[in-house]
Design a protein around this ligand. Structure first.
Ligand code: FES
Length: 94
């Protein structure tokens, strides 16, 4: 199964996870203090910044796009409970 390497900048941790894993699951695994609420892509509390490797992330769903826009999120922001890693190297600000 393809793997993705996800680096948490602030924590200084890189972890290898199976493709398809959601950012929120990875954050929990490494103990990054990500805040979240609904885990359903609705509340917007889990917004997370991707420093690099956005091309290795799943496409935004219509719902994720809507919630990100409502929260005035930038191009490098994703909902941790929705965004999945697809492979390659990804770095997040956490
Ligand atoms: S936890 Fe609510 S949108 Fe991600």
């Amino acid at each position: 199964m393809p793997k993705a390497n996800v680096t948490f900048e602030k924590l200084g941790i890189t972890i290898s996870v199976p493709a398809g894993t959601r950012l929120i699951e990875i954050s929990e695994k490494v103990g990054a203090s990500i805040t979240y609420g609904c885990r359903e892509g609705e509340c917007g509390s889990c917004i997370m910044k991707i420093s690099s490797g956005m091309e290795h992330m799943s496409e935004r769903s219509v719902l994720e796009d809507k919630v990100l826009q409502e929260n005035m999120a930038g191009r490098s922001d994703r909902l941790a409970c929705q965004a999945q890693v697809l492979g390659g190297d990804i770095t997040v600000k956490a």
